[in-house]
Design a protein around this ligand. Structure first.
Ligand code: NAP
Length: 301
């Protein structure tokens, strides 16, 4: 059976940084990725808060990190991990490319978009309801769309959509959105970006495709006519695979100590799948560095 020093599950920013540090310290490292290399950062049209980088885009950043990881000697393998079990002093992973063993394991599985859970959402998913403006925005060129949510993701996506759509209505349930001031200031300068604070979307309407959303605001119900709905109501850690293996926090995040160690020996968790993560690119990278260094040291490689 194939044996490696450190296996990393998830080639997002946190996982790739962990692999970079561990490989540079001399470990034989393989990253397993079930979807696209780069993770959530691939859907960020603009990154402007990574220290010293100025403005860049997520795809470029992910590409540069992937090159750096490979140059350090780690392998990025496009295969899902489907099972994990204790094996001697290490861990056995069942993967789409066969079983492997490792001495230390770094969980970097990230988070997926939360669903709103309203009528019409499941039926119209892919027919006007989307969770990724970067991926699907072009289908709505010249049309009216709604973005649901008041965080950085919602406003960043709304700003991107406003450049190609006729109007973008951002609906959020609080009076003040959570998005940071610099993002909100940019949104305020766009005449076709309209905000609806204190509003709750109660249904997504349409037959074959989306035609509107039903909205409650100030005790009144209205229908906003839109052709597309982009949901950006936060993320949930993508940790279902570990539910029987590890303690999870109520939000589904993997519980760790301050050094990214989980309750299991030799198993670390980094980035957005970790309970209490701040969920910024720079903190994902910081987690990756901590776990990459400690996994290498503590496995006595
Ligand atoms: P977020 O900051 O958690 O915001 C989620 C938004 O969805 C909030 O407006 C929240 O409303 C709303 N919401 C949650 N559940 C809802 C429900 N059931 N019904 C209606 N509305 C609901 O999520 P995010 O914007 O995806 O950001 C996630 C993390 O990534 C954050 O830490 C964020 O700072 C970070 N991020 C950073 C950047 C950047 O730095 N440029 C870009 C993107 C994301 P309430 O406020 O009322 O709870």
């Amino acid at each position: 059976m194939e044996n490696m020093d450190i296996a990393v599950i998830g080639a997002g920013f946190a996982g790739m940084t962990a692999a970079l540090y561990a490989a540079r310290a001399g470990a034989r490292v393989t990253l397993f990725e079930k979807a696209a290399e780069g993770g959530q950062i691939l859907t960020a049209p603009r990154v402007e808060n990574y220290p010293a980088l100025g403005e860049t885009d997520g795809v470029a950043l992910a590409g540069r990190l992937g090159e750096q990881v490979r140059a350090a000697g780690a392998e990025i393998r496009p295969a899902a991990v489907t099972g994990i079990a204790r094996e001697g002093m290490g861990w056995l992973l069942q993967t789409e490319s066969g079983d492997v063993t490792c001495r230390a394991l770094i969980l970097a599985v990230g988070a997926k978009r939360r669903r709103l859970g309203v009528p019409g959402e499941d039926r119209l998913a892919g027919h006007g309801v989307s969770w990724c403006a970067t991926c699907d925005g072009n289908f709505f060129r010249g049309l009216d769309v709604a973005v649901i949510g008041g965080g950085n993701t919602a406003f960043s996506e709304a700003i991107g959509l406003a450049a190609i759509c006729q109007t973008v209505t951002v609906l959020y349930r609080s009076d003040e959105p959570r998005a940071e001031r610099s993002v909100l200031s940019r949104a305020e300068r766009l005449p076709n970006l309209v905000r609806m604070p204190g509003s709750r979307v109660t249904e997504i309407l349409g037959g074959e495709t989306v035609t509107g959303v039903r909205v409650e605001q100030d005790g009144k119900e209205t229908v906003q006519a839109v052709s597309g709905v982009f949901e950006a109501v936060g993320t949930v850690p993508d940790t279902a695979l570990f539910a029987s293996l590890l303690p999870l926090a109520p939000d589904g995040g993997i519980v760790t100590d301050g050094k990214c160690r989980t309750a299991l020996p030799g198993v670390f968790a980094v980035g957005d799948c970790r309970a209490g993560a701040v969920r910024q690119l720079v903190t994902a990278a910081a987690d990756g560095a901590v776990a990459g260094i400690l996994a290498t040291k503590e496995s006595n490689l």
